[in-house]
Design a protein around this ligand. Structure first.
Ligand code: SF4
Length: 469
């Protein structure tokens, strides 16, 4: 089965505490598992940096014994879905390098837009790379800079001024732990408390699980240093605005996480409510596509007054269909994953609600499953506008050809997926539901206007400049 959702990228975590942290990191990675299922890794400081890494889900990749044997009060962790570089153990993170200053370990969520350019320049200078990962470029630049400055904070700032793109990173330099966020804050990153110290994570839900609490989001362009008793903040002055990825709220983050002050569940519910106003339909039942469409469907039902019912049952023990980037491994059957509840669907006009359509192949199969279960009509409502443009900031949507919306009107997409009708939320509706100004969000895959220069694409402020021509 091909994915009908944007692919997650990675999850990062860091902690500084007064006791051993490897088990806490392991649990944090389990909580962040939805952000990446290909590999997992932990690095702790104990007279040098020690790591365990492996392929697969965190509990498969990291053996309990190995995690227990990893002793240290400072550490970072990573779960990976590769958007850059192939899916191999060499590309699993944290990446560790040795320098005269001490060991450096780095975990990265996001994508460096100028990675190829930097790599080409460095190769010309004789630098060698072991992996194809953009994160290796970052760690090598950092190691090289520290050799000159001897100052981790200064070198982190220098690194941030060299990298373009999205990055939420957790980094250990010798026995110091940092969390840094790119100047536009594209991917999420926040800091919080655990029972034994301070931590940084891709999503706030981690702190709940570790018995602590969320403190705040890391600011765009901020360097946060974690210490067992405090969080030190350095503002780099590199941030000139914000561009938080709208897809974090729409699909990627867990519903119980809060990003930039907005609880993801509530945003999704508001999206569904707005969708019901913008795309009403006469129907008998609102059915979510589990699990991604559930909160949106609840909102749709609330405003439309059409009863909500779970009409599709999900087999929890079939792994997520888009775990592996290799296309052949995506092509499992939708039927293996979803089974219709005929008593809910039969002879009903059904509104099927999901968060997004990427290719349209999966939703087409689901529409057919619902029809075969006896639905009179199947109307599809989608909680994000049509995806029209690639993402260069860490979500695996790389070419326009793959999108259902490329070269098709909404009506044509509706026909393609064999729905009786299809309706998407508008960009304005989505922005209102998220609750941040559109200028503070990245909407590039919807609007084709990017928050930073990307070769061959339009920058979002270009339209305003065009008006003066
Ligand atoms: S292009 Fe789309 S998926 Fe990528 S960061 Fe921007 S909003 Fe998110």
């Amino acid at each position: 089965m091909e994915p009908d959702h944007p692919q997650e990228e990675c999850g990062v975590f860091a902690i500084a505490a007064v006791s051993n942290v490897s088990i806490d990191i392991f649990y944090a990675l389990r909580v962040l598992q939805h952000r990446g299922q290909e590999s997992a890794g932990i690095a702790v400081y104990n007279n040098g940096i020690k790591t365990v890494k492996g392929m697969g889900l965190a509990h498969q990749a990291l053996k309990t014994e190995d995690v227990r044997n990893l002793k240290g009060d400072l550490g970072i962790g990573h779960v990976r879905y590769s958007t850059f570089g192939s899916s191999t153990l060499e590309n699993a993170q944290p990446i560790v390098v040795s320098t005269n200053y001490g060991d450096i370990a780095l975990a990265h969520n996001g994508e460096i837009v100028n990675a190829d350019k930097i790599m080409d320049e460095l190769k010309k200078k004789g630098w060698a790379f072991i992996t194809s990962s953009d994160s290796e470029i970052a760690v090598r630049l950092l190691a090289n800079d520290i050799a000159n400055t001897g100052d981790p904070v200064k070198s982190l700032k220098n690194l941030m001024s060299m990298l373009q793109g999205s990055y939420s990173m957790t980094i250990m330099i010798g026995n110091r732990v940092f969390a840094i966020r790119d100047p536009l804050g594209i991917r999420p990153l926040c800091v919080g408390r655990t029972k034994v110290g301070y931590a940084a994570a891709s999503e706030s839900v981690v702190f709940d699980t570790l018995g602590g609490g969320f403190i705040r989001d890391v600011e765009p362009g901020e360097i946060a240093e974690l210490l067992p008793g405090e969080i030190k903040s350095v503002k780099t002055g590199l941030s000139k605005g914000r561009a938080h990825c709208m897809f974090e709220w729409v699909y990627i983050a867990r519903a119980d996480s809060s990003i930039e002050g907005k609880l993801v569940y509530e945003v999704r519910r508001r999206i569904g409510q707005r969708l019901a106003k913008e795309q009403p339909v006469m129907a008998d039942v609102v059915v979510p596509i589990p699990d991604s469409g559930r909160s949106h469907a609840i909102g749709y039902s609330e405003v439309s007054g059409i009863p909500y019912a779970e009409g599709l049952m999900k087999n929890r023990y079939v792994e997520r269909t888009f775990i592996m980037p290799e296309q052949s491994e995506r092509t499992t059957s939708v039927m293996l994953k979803l089974n219709p509840l005929k008593s809910v669907i039969k002879e009903k006009r059904v509104v099927l609600v999901d968060d997004s359509i990427v290719r349209g192949t999966t939703i087409r199969q689901i529409v057919q499953i619902v029809r075969n279960a006896g639905a009179k009509e199947v109307h599809v409502r989608i909680g994000s506008p049509p995806i029209r443009a690639p993402c260069y900031f860490g979500i695996d949507m790389k070419t326009r050809e793959q999108f259902a919306a490329t070269g098709r009107t909404v009506e044509q997409i509706g026909k393609m997926i064999t729905a009786d009708s299809l309706g998407y939320i508008s960009v304005d509706g989505l922005v209102d539901a998220i609750g941040h100004a559109s200028g503070d969000l990245c909407l590039a895959c919807l609007t084709e206007e990017y928050p930073m220069p990307v070769a061959g694409e339009k920058v979002r402020y270009q339209r305003k400049l065009d008006a003066f021509v």
